[in-house]
Design a protein around this ligand. Structure first.
Ligand code: 4AD
Length: 549
């Protein structure tokens, strides 16, 4: 018969139970050997040392030992079951690994194809792309791949589905699928109504699984700043990629409209030494020891092109060092600017509304962008001609009548800047595109031409769209030297003779009535695609605090 020693400070493990290395509990001692003699450590006024266990404590210990026995049996069973599952899994994996994915040489050669070109007549094709969706079952695997031209459902059956390579595929892995295009089975839907029945495929690049899996990196409703950190991955999402497709179609459309309007495209520099829209939003840079800036607007350069090329436009990045965190401000944006000669202010307004209307029409007609806009902005109403015209002075009256206050929470007065919030309230209430005209000279830039019937105001225009507000700003430009110089002085632009000599020359060497405008691509897209902020309409948005990735 064995004797076991038990002490609070002991341990319940195989090999313990001696006087020098006692068990911790009497239950464990009984569990180890039900017939053992159990001595427990006792320390009080009379005793100090191991004494025989009391009968009541022994009864309790026996019950405890019963529990331990049951627990051990349960654990053993669980371990056996797990081992069986592991073995089955390993066998399955080994089986899956044995399946060789091999191209059947007797099949016709597969023609390299883009998704957009696929049809039921395509024959045997090979299509490369990224795994956008993935469903794996026994004997069947369903993939949706994308290649930038579209989405394609793919079906893999039998061995092809069961192969280890297939069962370990992950989202965003790249694959080349070989197979034939078939009509979708009845009651199934997928893009284009077709699917590829895969007979062979290759993995080009396997994306991570586990913690690093794509779906762990990009989660819907994640904090916007986390999503911006992962912008390079977030761009793969259907919404962002869709907006970028609309953006491309929009830029194509506006180039087409400018072509129809006989404007020539030019590409002015981004590194400049003059300001256009006020010194406070200039990004300064050290240009070989000289002070230079990132351009705020290419307008002045476009003006110099008029005598050389006639009416011109450019699509160029503009930069604004604004600490503004509103939903419509970026530090870098794609600025579409045009400049036209020998026209009146009315001609300019008609040109602007025509360009916007036609460009939107062409974008909606685009076979790729049109359906995306429909999906993102189902209630979109294309603008119709002519746009509502509203003079600044009348807008001030309208704001007062509607109880909308200025930035100091006071009634609007003539001369106040109509800031973003008030402007949007007015535009959203009126609910149609507005050409807001004739702004006071004091709240506008140095180059704007004053109206002949009211010298306080200028031949200037902002185009306001419901939900976004201003998307375009333009004006007729001062033609005479004196008016231009007055503008430089009013805006406190120092050293203008030297810095702007080339611009001033436009008024000397054959001046002309002329005007132009700038259109913010991202703002127009926010309106067209119903995006809350311009940040959703820029590939890699820049604003104060963000210049990466
Ligand atoms: O009204 P803005 O400042 O006008 C000019 O720069 C003129 N020189 C253009 C010209 O006449 N050639 O800017 C024109 C447009 C705005 O209506 C707006 O759509 C966009 O550019 N814009 C911005 N977009 C995003 N972020 C910003 N910080 C923007 N600032 C202006």
């Amino acid at each position: 018969m064995s004797t076991f020693y038990v002490k609070d400070t002991g341990v319940d493990e195989v090999g313990a139970g001696s006087e020098t290395k006692p068990f911790q509990t009497a239950a464990y001692a009984i569990y180890t050997d039900a017939s053992a003699k159990v001595l427990v450590y006792k320390e009080d006024e009379e005793t100090k040392g191991f004494v025989e266990i009391s009968s009541s404590a022994l009864k309790k210990a026996k019950k405890g030992a019963e529990g331990l026995k049951k627990k051990a049996e349960k654990a053993k069973l669980a371990a056996e079951q797990q081992a069986a599952r592991d073995a089955e899994e390993t066998a399955k994996r080994l089986e899956a690994m044995k399946i060789e994915i091999k191209e059947d040489a007797s099949l016709p050669e597969a023609k390299r194809s883009k998704i957009k070109d696929l049809s039921l007549d395509s024959g045997r094709v090979r299509v490369s792309g990224w795994i956008h969706r993935l469903r794996l079952h026994k004997d069947k695997a369903f993939l949706v791949i994308r290649d930038g031209t579209g989405f394609l459902q793919a079906v893999l059956s039998g061995d092809l589905a069961n192969a280890y390579q297939t069962q370990t595929l992950t989202l965003e892995s790249t694959v080349t699928l070989y197979g034939t295009i078939e009509k979708l089975p009845e009651n199934k839907t997928a893009a284009g109504g077709i699917e590829i029945v895969v007979d062979f495929y290759k993995v080009v690049g396997l994306a991570p699984s586990g913690d690093d899996a794509f779906s762990n990196k990009i989660q819907e409703n994640a904090d916007p700043s986390l999503l911006l950190d992962q912008r390079h991955l977030a761009l793969r999402g259907e919404t962002l990629a869709g907006v970028m497709k609309v953006r491309a179609a929009f830029l194509r459309a506006i180039r087409r409209v400018y072509d129809e309007e006989s404007l020539t495209e030019v590409t002015p520099p981004c590194m400049v030494q003059t300001q256009v829209e006020g010194g406070s939003t200039l990004f300064k840079l050290d240009y070989y020891g000289e002070e230079a800036y990132l351009t705020q607007s290419s307008q002045l350069y476009l003006e110099t092109c008029l005598p050389a090329l006639g009416d011109v436009y450019c699509i160029q990045e503009s930069f604004r060092a604004e600490k503004s965190h509103t939903r419509r401000h970026l530090s870098e944006y794609t600025h579409i600017e045009a400049e036209l000669a020998f026209l009146t202010f009315d001609d300019l307004l008609s040109h602007i509304e025509r360009v916007i209307t036609k460009t939107v029409q062409y974008t909606l007609e685009d076979p790729i962008a049109g359906p995306i806009i429909k999906q993102l902005n189902p209630d979109f109403q294309p603008p119709t001609l002519p746009f509502k015209r509203l003079a600044y002075a009348d807008a001030i009256t309208w704001l007062r009548e509607h109880g909308i206050k200025n930035e100091e929470d006071k009634e609007f007065e003539f001369g106040d800047d109509i800031a973003e919030a008030a402007e949007r309230k007015m535009t959203d209430t009126i609910g149609v595109p507005i050409l807001l005209t004739r702004f006071p000279a004091e709240i506008k830039s140095f180059y704007m031409k004053r109206c002949s019937d009211d010298r306080r105001v200028t031949e200037s225009v902002d185009v306001l769209m419901p939900t976004v507000g201003e998307i375009t700003g333009g004006s007729m430009r001062s033609e005479g030297l004196d008016e231009l110089i007055e503008g430089f002085k009013r805006e406190n632009i120092k050293d203008y003779e030297k810095a702007y000599y080339w611009f001033i020359d436009q008024r000397k060497y054959g001046t002309s009535p002329h005007g132009g405008y700038g259109l913010g691509t991202e703002r127009l897209l926010a309106w067209l695609c119903n995006r809350f902020t311009v940040r959703d309409c820029s590939l890699y948005p820049r604003f104060s605090g963000r210049c990466k990735p």
